[in-house]
Design a protein around this ligand. Structure first.
Ligand code: TH1
Length: 838
């Protein structure tokens, strides 16, 4: 590449290479320059937002240099790349992360102080990038951080939603949704108006004969343009800066159709433009639920087609043969949302590049890996055949052919098993017929993985059982989820991170989290325990202040903080938690003042969004707030119990909440939460957890030891029988839970009718989530928590021991497992000295 540029030119470029700042003075210079030129402001009208903008621009400039060099290096070495396709990337804020990863937060802190700003206030000006619903989107963000930190040549591909997940307001105890318009000023994205792809929809397929060969030609009915927006992803303590490419939709042919405009059809030209822009307008706000909307399918194809076009275009530059494609490209499907990529690549190879079907299919299946994140039936994607036919006629034909060849091979292996063919068919023969996306993803990938051991076992024995028989067990594997310790410890809890560093020989543990095990030999150290406890207390004081500022309720930071923050969902069982809180309230009320004095004060903290169309989840939020309204002003109770609902739970709030919990709740019905990742965040921040034997809780127990976790409830293998008994046997409700229900029905927490459906779900409708079955064990376990918390010394020891054993749950471990077992890619060594530093 370099050889094509004449020597004098090359010299001029090199002579003028940008040098990034490395110290306080250099940083200040850049901030002032950006305030006074880029932002056209001055010392006299530089508010905190301007300080945030200028600081971001200063760091952004620094990142761009590394980002460009990373891309050049990856292109030059031409090794295999990983592409992570995810409809969600829940990134949160970028500035703090960039400062820490680049290693210049102290410099920025000092520089901002001299210019008159506190860095914490400046960082808080940033709007969260909230392009995701919950765990699945945040996992994708943690994976990007690890991929860059470990120097893997990797790209993320997603959609640039104009509106991320809605903002939640609580009004009169009810959730109200407010649109999240976040793109006003976003220094972290780079529009690439020169990187565009035309995406077709609708139309029909015609057969043509070219050189004696019949080919299918898809004539489009509508074309929408995809425009790339790039976001730099800095690794921690490495120059590697990877790329996240987000596609935005636009009417093809610019602003609007001038043909139509000139012919007087102005309105329809504007309508066309708006229809095109609608595709990337909004993130669907459902977690663990698929509602089968046409626009959602359009989003999926739009994003997948643009990404594949981009990937193929990059591959073609190296002029290799198609058979080398899987040696150069690994594509990971984050759930079934990008499954159409399988069909699209087959279409490109067969229809456009002219490969034989079998040859193309071999390339396709060697390229893709599929990660399953849920077994909930309502979350498994199925699209009506008629809808696919209408929107993507050629793709439907290809899906039918994929299915035909697949079923032929199954028939050969299982000759007399008609029912097997019906069960595994990619097309469900229902009314209407449906395309089963998970089955298509399995057939089109070389590896399928679950996200925690229990979950990976469950998919092999339940929803994908037949496929294990067909392909053998080796196609199915497990990669237990993880989290990035950079954001979830170093950034969220700087004081704890520093204390840990002082015992673990510096900051290396942030890159090799197993080094945390060095903490264990300090567990008995009194001074260390004291400092540990002080940090936890300070984090609780910070959260207490936030609670006071946002809800007006004063909580005592010396209370036990009991936290459940995650999306509101019946399977996650916030209802179990609030029923337990009511039970505690009733017990306290029944006590004499003397008895009460002996009780441990508690703050029950909830947070999380309900999908706007999920009525029952909204009822749960309403009950929590209604209980809080009564309990928090009850003078008999005082500090003994407070019930708080934190509005608008998101990534940046999680960074404040996780370090402040004493105990957090991960209490899904066994077998329903595939992994969970906040469980890991809480333990890593020195909190204990109460949980069911579900998802990653089981592996957390294996790692930290049974005595450091509070497990309760029925096991996943018993769930089916219990549900059966509820429906067909006599169903008796736990007597303590019955008392809770009676109290709600008395009107203690407001109009009983408001909560009748929640009670009926347990009493009358089969208690699908086993709230009653687990209630007694839940209450008992909370008593154990109270007892354990009374012995603060031992409690802190449990926390330290747990943290020291959390090394397994870094997302770096996940990425290394994916790289080895699924992608077959290696990191690209970087010469730190030639391009890192001044
Ligand atoms: C979540 C799972 O519920 C959670 O257990 C897991 O830790 C996380 O993924 C990461 O693996 C899921 N989120 C979604 C969101 C949608 C559809 C399915 C799932 S599964 C939209």
């Amino acid at each position: 590449v370099e050889a094509s540029i004449p020597e004098p030119q090359r010299e001029a470029w090199k002579r003028n290479q940008i040098t990034s700042f490395t110290d306080k003075d250099g940083f200040e210079k850049e901030v002032v320059r950006h305030v006074e030129t880029t932002l056209a402001r001055s010392m006299f009208n530089c508010d905190e937002i301007a300080a945030y903008s200028a600081t971001s621009l200063a760091f952004r400039d620094r990142l761009i240099t590394h980002w460009n060099r990373t891309q050049q290096r990856q292109t030059y070495r031409d090794t295999k790349r990983v592409y992570y396709l995810s409809l969600e990337f829940l990134m949160g804020r970028a500035l703090d992360n960039a400062m820490l990863n680049v290693g210049l937060k102290n410099v920025a802190q000092d520089g901002l102080a001299e210019l008159g700003f506190r860095i914490e206030d400046v960082v808080k000006q940033e709007h969260d990038a909230a392009l995701g619903n919950g765990g699945l989107g945040r996992l994708a963000a943690c994976f990007l951080d690890s991929l860059a930190t470990l120097n893997f040549p990797a790209w993320g591909y997603g959609l640039r939603y104009r509106y991320g997940i809605f903002k939640q307001e609580i009004i009169d105890g009810y959730q109200v949704e407010v649109p999240d318009y976040w793109l006003d000023f976003n220094p972290w994205e780079f529009p690439r108006h020169d990187v565009t792809v035309d995406i077709q929809f609708f139309g029909q397929v015609n057969k043509k004969t070219v050189g004696g060969k019949t080919i299918s030609v898809w004539e489009a009915g509508e074309i929408v343009q995809a425009v790339a927006y790039d976001v730099p992803i800095p690794g921690y303590d490495t120059p590697t800066t990877n790329n996240l490419r987000l596609w935005s939709s636009k009417a093809s042919g610019g602003e609007f159709d001038f043909q139509k405009f000139n012919s007087g059809d102005y309105e329809s030209s504007v309508a066309d433009q708006q229809r095109a822009e609608t595709i990337s307008a909004v993130l669907y706000p459902n977690d663990n639920l698929e509602r089968g909307k046409e626009l959602r399918l359009k989003q999926q194809y739009f994003w997948v087609a643009a990404s594949l076009y981009d990937i193929v275009r990059r591959f073609k530059k190296s002029r290799r043969s198609w058979n080398e494609f899987p040696d150069q490209v690994a594509i990971q499907l984050n759930d079934t949302h990008p499954t159409l990529a399988i069909v699209e690549l087959q279409r490109i190879l067969v229809d456009i590049e002219g490969l034989e079907w079998d040859n193309a299919w071999e390339i396709v299946t060697s390229t893709f890996g599929y990660t399953n994140h849920t077994v909930l039936p309502e979350a498994l994607e199925k699209w009506p055949v008629g809808l696919v036919q209408h929107l993507l006629p050629r793709h439907l034909q290809i899906i039918y052919d994929i299915n035909l060849f697949f079923l032929q091979s199954v028939e050969k292996a299982f000759p007399d098993d008609r029912d097997m063919l019906r069960r595994v068919s990619i097309i469900e023969e229902s009314q209407p017929k449906m395309v089963r996306m998970a089955f298509l993803a399995i057939v089109g990938s070389h590896k399928v993985n679950g996200v925690a051991e229990l979950h990976s076992d469950l998919i092999k024995t339940t929803i994908f059982k037949d496929f294990v028989e067909i392909y053998g067990p080796d196609k199915f594997t497990n990669v237990t989820n993880g989290i990035t310790p950079r954001r979830w410890l170093h950034q969220a809890n700087p004081r704890l991170s520093e204390l840990i560093a002082s015992k673990c020989g510096g900051n290396d543990f942030l890159k090799d989290l197993t080094l945390l095990n060095q903490l264990e030999k300090h567990v008995e150290d009194k001074q260390f325990r004291k400092e540990w406890a002080e940090i936890k207390y300070a984090n609780k004081v910070r959260l207490a202040k936030h609670i006071k500022d946002t809800t007006g309720v004063v909580v005592n930071p010396a209370s036990l903080f009991d936290v459940q923050v995650k999306r509101i969902h019946e399977y996650k069982r916030q209802q179990l938690n609030i029923f337990g809180v009511i039970h505690r309230y009733l017990s306290l009320k029944a006590m004499t003042p003397d008895q009460r004095k002996k009780q441990l004060p508690r703050v029950s903290i909830f947070g999380g969004k309900a999908a706007p169309g999920y009525w029952m989840a909204k009822q749960i939020i309403h009950l929590i707030n209604s209980v809080g309204a009564v309990v928090n002003k009850d003078e008999d109770i005082g500090d003994l119990l407070k019930v708080i609902f934190l509005e608008d739970y998101n990534v940046s709030k999680a960074e404040m909440i996780c370090p402040a919990s004493d105990i957090s709740e991960h209490i899904s019905t066994a077998g329903t939460e595939a992994s969970g990742t906040s469980n890991m965040k809480f333990v890593l921040n020195g909190g204990l957890i109460i949980g069911t034997c579900d998802g990653a809780n089981i592996e957390i127990t294996r790692e930290i030891g049974e005595s450091n976790i509070f497990l309760f409830g029925n096991l996943s293998e018993d769930v089916e029988d219990l549900r059966h008994a509820h429906t067909y046997g006599s169903h008796t409700i736990d007597s303590d839970l019955d008392k809770v229900f009676n109290e709600i029905e008395k009107g203690t927490f407001g109009t009983p009718h408001d909560f009748s459906a929640m009670i009926a779900a347990v009493r009358q409708h089969g208690d699908y989530y086993l709230v009653s079955d687990d209630f007694h064990s839940y209450i008992e376990t909370h008593q154990l928590v109270d007892e354990a918390y009374r012995n603060q010394d031992e409690w802190i020891a449990k926390c330290i021991t747990s943290v020291s054993r959390m090394g397994f749950f870094t997302s770096d471990r996940c990425i290394n497992e994916y790289a080895e077992e699924i992608w077959n890619v290696e990191p690209l060594a970087v010469d730190r000295h030639s391009i890192w530093g001044p």
